[in-house]
Design a protein around this ligand. Structure first.
Ligand code: ATP
Ligand code: MG
Ligand code: MG
Length: 553
């Protein structure tokens, strides 16, 4: 029933199919570089690529764009695979690696050399950049541009054999040093990098550039629609040049869409890596991170993330999406699916003088609407805890203003009795340390007489049967909408209070839950048992999100 989002790529694919331009299935791919964990922006790309393939009965590949061994690691490969699957997608066949095509790319480089379309260039990086010129100034041709085919073949072979040091020379395409598109000014095809590669080991010491690998990888895999972000728009002529000038097995086409940016956070792997490296967060999957694994640990469900991504327009401009839009989906999902439970964060003891001496086990629904979620047993005892903020001695507060427990007045305990606060016990400093109360008999699931009408409903936990739990209370990692906008350094906008750890008392039924179980702690917020640290013996819950949108911002 959700409206179909604006997506300019959908009609392009439909037209290609209608016009018979796609001979087999529609094939897309998601091509992460394994140099970090996936973030919310990647989630958009995943939902788009896998979603379109699904919609058109096609296939989507997972391809690791692993052409730069210096920054890549196996850990990231594993994390990326896990995140894609957790989001609910499965790639076609095995995962693929650009590195498994290195032999083919190398042969294609030789092909270009033999056609007189590539040459080995010995300019230093500084000289090369000077020769390239800039957008409004044509570049100068490299003095090495006219090397003969034979000379280039010999030099390229030497590059491959490791006879030159890193940076000594590169292989470049011979295109057009006067092109207004900088990417066409004899771009680099191969660099010397004497680095161990996580997939190919020490087999290679020359590595293809992104541009020389990406489109050809698409062509090898029979990708029909190669969807990437806008920064590659200017690379498209080069993408097409390679496809046109090489004997590739298929002719993929590239389409660019706007990157997803969200306010109050950063979505660049470089920045996220810095947060991890400088230990500003506890790791890539810290619940404050906008990474898929961080959001998962925070308690966001895959369904909610997909709903968010599917609701985003796929357009030809970058934009900043309000985080409230994401939070809306998270709350909607949890409101429907999280079991209700009670947990007292700031306990105040209440002794109910006329309660039974042994626990009374009450049957309480796990969800107010979803009957299928069943019931739980909730122990009601003589000593209970309520939240300190739910009690006041100030009898002048109106029922409308303070819908909680007031001395001499009535309140309902959620799922249990209506009680009345009779007196208080104070410490030396005059602070209330205990409330003495009495219950109104026969009020479980039934209204009291009209003169005992409760002010409101509050949550509570048995002091004797409740269990101590650790709560990790998270706030936004950044305290401003556009981190770094004012000072130029996004680290200046880190929220110093983004994590508070407290002890709280929870009803006993929940502590034995599996990790990653979502709850609504009534009147407090949505929480999830921590994926890694939670156990029945030492329960840990993360604050996923508050119950209502924070309108203070
Ligand atoms: P970053 O700048 O964060 O390092 P990247 O684009 O270099 O991101 P890749 O691993 O190359 O990261 O990305 C894999 C795919 O995800 C690419 O197709 C890329 O265009 C897409 N992608 C990355 N970031 C976003 C984003 N913010 N919004 C939409 N798609 C994105
Ligand atoms: Mg990239
Ligand atoms: Mg990058």
């Amino acid at each position: 029933e959700t409206a179909v989002n604006h997506n300019f790529i959908r009609p392009i694919i439909q037209e290609d199919l209608d016009a018979g331009r796609v001979s087999g299935k529609v094939v897309t791919r998601f091509p992460p570089e394994p140099n970090g964990y996936l973030h919310i922006g990647h989630a958009k790309s995943i939902c788009l690529n896998f979603g379109l393939a699904e919609e058109f009965g096609g296939e989507c590949n997972l391809r690791f764009d692993d052409t730069n061994p210096a920054k890549e690691e196996q850990e990231f490969i594993e994390a990326i695979k896990e995140d894609v699957q957790w989001l609910g997608f499965q790639w076609t066949g095995q995962e693929r690696y650009a590195s498994s095509y290195f032999e083919q790319f190398y042969d294609w480089a030789i092909h270009l050399i033999k056609q007189g379309k590539a040459y080995v260039c010995d300019l230093s990086p500084e000289q090369a950049s000077e020769y390239r010129g800039w957008a409004t100034k044509p570049g100068k041709e490299s003095p090495f541009r006219d090397r003969t085919v034979d000379e280039n073949l010999v030099l390229f072979e030497k590059m491959k054999q490791g006879e030159f040091d890193e940076g000594f020379c590169v292989l470049r395409a011979k295109i057009d040093m006067a092109s207004p598109n900088m990417n066409m000014r004899d771009p680099i095809l191969y660099r010397i990098r004497k680095k161990h590669h996580h997939q190919t080991g020490d087999k290679w010491c020359i590595y293809p550039s992104y541009d020389f690998a990406h489109g050809q990888g698409d062509a090898i895999e029979g990708v029909t629609h190669s969807i990437c972000t806008l920064e590659f728009q200017d690379h498209r002529p080069l993408y097409e040049w390679f496809i046109d000038n090489l004997p590739v097995p298929s002719k993929p086409k590239q389409y660019e869409f706007g990157r997803l940016n969200i306010n109050y956070t950063v979505t660049s792997k470089r920045n996220l890596k810095q947060l991890v490296d400088e230990q500003i967060v506890a790791g890539w999957n810290d619940p404050r991170m906008p990474t898929i694994s961080g959001m998962r640990r925070r308690g966001y469900s895959a369904a909610a993330l997909r709903a968010f991504c599917d609701g985003l327009a796929v357009a030809k401009t970058d934009g900043v999406v309000d985080i409230a839009q994401l939070e809306f989906e998270i709350r909607k999902d949890l409101n429907d699916n999280a079991a209700r439970a009670m947990c007292v964060l700031n306990p105040l003891k209440v002794t109910i003088t006329n309660a039974a001496d042994t626990p009374e086990w009450l049957e309480v629904a796990n969800h107010p609407q979803q009957e299928a979620m069943g019931n739980r047993s909730l122990p009601f005892t003589k000593d209970i805890f309520i939240d300190a903020s739910d009690f006041t001695e100030d009898i002048s507060l109106s029922r409308k203003k303070f819908k909680r427990l007031v001395i001499g007045d009535y309140v309902r305990l959620r799922g249990a009795y209506v009680i009345k606060a009779d007196e208080v016990i104070k410490n030396d400093k005059g602070e209330v340390i205990e409330v003495i109360a009495s219950l109104v008999p026969d009020t479980v699931g039934q209204n009291p007489p009209p003169e005992m009408k409760p002010r409101g409903v509050i949550h509570w936990v048995s002091a004797t049967e409740g269990k101590e739990v650790e709560l990790r209370l998270y706030e936004r990692l950044f305290q401003t909408e556009a981190p770094g906008k004012v000072t130029g350094n996004y680290l200046d906008d880190i929220n110093p209070d983004s994590l508070t750890v407290i002890k709280a008392i929870a009803e006993p039924a929940i502590v034995g839950c599996e990790p990653e179980t979502a709850f609504q702690f009534e009147r407090e917020g949505y929480f999830v048992s921590d994926r890694y640290d939670h156990s029945a013996d030492s329960p840990v819950f993360n604050l996923t999100i508050g119950l209502k949108e924070d309108i203070s911002k």
